[in-house]
Design a protein around this ligand. Structure first.
Ligand code: GLU
Length: 299
C-alpha cells in the first residue's frame, strides 16, 4: 500500500493498519502484553490489520531465542498477526536509502561527540561542521525550534519542542547501527501503518519520529499512547526491573487482567478459559474512551 492510500474508505470502514513492535531483548511480560493487546484490539475492532515487527536492530541487546519466544507467546495468547513478520535486522538497505535521502537534502550532519560530552540534549557542537581534530562518530538529524504538535487519541493535544527534548538527534550511531527512531519511522511507513498504539513511555519518541516522518515526506500516522504498567517504585515493568515473563498456562486470566488494566469491560469473558473467546468479546466491546488517560498505572 502506498502512503497516499491512508484513510481510503474500504467497504464502509476506514482503512486501518496497526502494529506491535517488540524488541527481542527478553520474553514478553505484563507490560508488553498491554501494548500488544491494546494495539491488537484497536485494529481488530476497526476491521483493520495488525502487523508484527521484530525490533531486532541492536544485536548487543538481543537475547538468543527471545524473538521466537515472543512469537510463541503471542500465539498462546491468541494474538494472531497478519502477514509475515518484519525483522529490522533485514532492513539495512531501506534504512541506508532513507539516510541517503536525508544526506542529499542536507538534513543531517556528522557528529564527533560522545554521549558523555553532549548529555541528553545535544548542544549543537558539530552542527556547523566537525571541529578541527574531531573524527565523525555518529550522524545526527537537525531539528528546528518549531514544536511538534499532534493530537494523541488518548493523551490529547501534545506539543513538544525537539530543541528542548533532544536537540539534533542521532540517526546513525557511533557503533554504526541505525538508530531506533530512524528504523521505526522507515518501517512504519513501509508497512503502511495508519495507527500506532503503544506505551506512553514512547510519547517523547513519537515526537522524534514525527519529525523524521516529516523530513522523509511520509504521512504521519495517528497515535494512541497507552498507560504504562509500573511497579511500586514507579519503574516501568521491563527486563531491567525483573518483570516476570508471561506464562502461557495462565493466558486467559492474564488477558482479563490486561483488559481490566485498560479499563475495558470484562463481564462477558469472565467465565471462559478460551483466549479466542476472550479476544472476540473484547474486540466487540473495545472502547478506547474507557482507557485511563494516565501515562502510568501501578500494578
Ligand atoms: N521495540 C520498541 C519497544 O519495545 C519500540 C516499540 C514501538 O515503536 O512501538 O519499546
Amino acid at each position: 500500500m502506498s502512503a497516499k492510500e491512508h484513510n481510503r474508505p474500504l467497504a464502509g470502514f476506514f482503512m486501518y493498519r496497526g502494529r506491535f513492535a517488540p524488541s527481542p531483548s527478553g520474553p514478553l511480560h505484563f507490560g508488553s502484553l498491554i501494548a500488544a493487546l491494546g494495539s491488537y484490539l484497536d485494529a481488530r475492532s476497526r476491521n483493520g490489520e495488525w502487523l508484527l515487527r521484530m525490533d531486532d536492530l541492536d544485536p548487543p541487546r538481543e537475547v538468543p531465542g527471545a524473538a521466537d519466544d515472543i512469537l510463541r507467546t503471542l500465539e498462546a495468547f491468541g494474538l494472531q498477526w497478519d502477514g509475515t513478520v518484519m525483522y529490522q535486522s533485514h532492513r539495512q538497505a531501506a534504512y541506508q536509502a532513507a539516510l541517503g535521502q536525508l544526506q542529499q537534502e542536507k538534513r543531517v550532519f556528522p557528529c564527533g561527540c560522545t554521549r558523555r560530552e553532549t548529555g541528553p540534549v545535544y548542544p549543537g557542537t558539530c552542527r556547523n561542521g566537525l571541529p578541527a581534530g574531531r573524527e565523525q562518530r555518529s550522524v545526527r538529524l537537525r531539528v528546528t525550534d518549531e514544536a511538534i504538535a499532534f493530537t494523541d487519541r488518548l493523551q490529547g493535544d501534545i506539543s513538544i519542542s525537539l530543541v528542548t527534548l533532544s536537540g539534533d538527534f542521532v540517526i546513525r550511531r557511533a557503533d554504526d547501527l541505525f538508530a531506533y527512531h530512524l528504523a521505526c519511522a522507515v518501517d512504519d511507513h513501509a508497512q503502511g501503518i495508519t495507527d500506532v498504539v503503544r506505551g506512553a513511555d514512547l510519547l517523547d519518541a513519537s515526537c522524534n519520529q514525527i519529525w523524521l516522518q516529516q523530513q522523509l515526506h511520509y504521512l504521519v500516522p495517528r497515535y494512541l499512547h497507552l498507560p504504562v504498567a509500573v511497579n511500586t517504585r514507579g519503574d516501568k515493568l521491563s527486563k531491567k526491573t525483573q518483570a516476570p515473563a508471561l506464562n502461557a498456562a495462565h493466558a486467559a486470566q492474564t488477558l482479563v487482567a490486561a483488559l481490566e488494566f485498560l479499563g475495558q469491560q470484562t463481564d462477558s469473558c469472565m467465565g471462559t478459559a478460551q483466549v479466542e473467546e476472550i479476544l472476540a468479546a473484547a474486540t466487540l466491546s473495545w472502547d478506547p474512551a474507557r482507557i485511563p488517560a494516565a501515562t502510568q498505572i501501578l500494578v
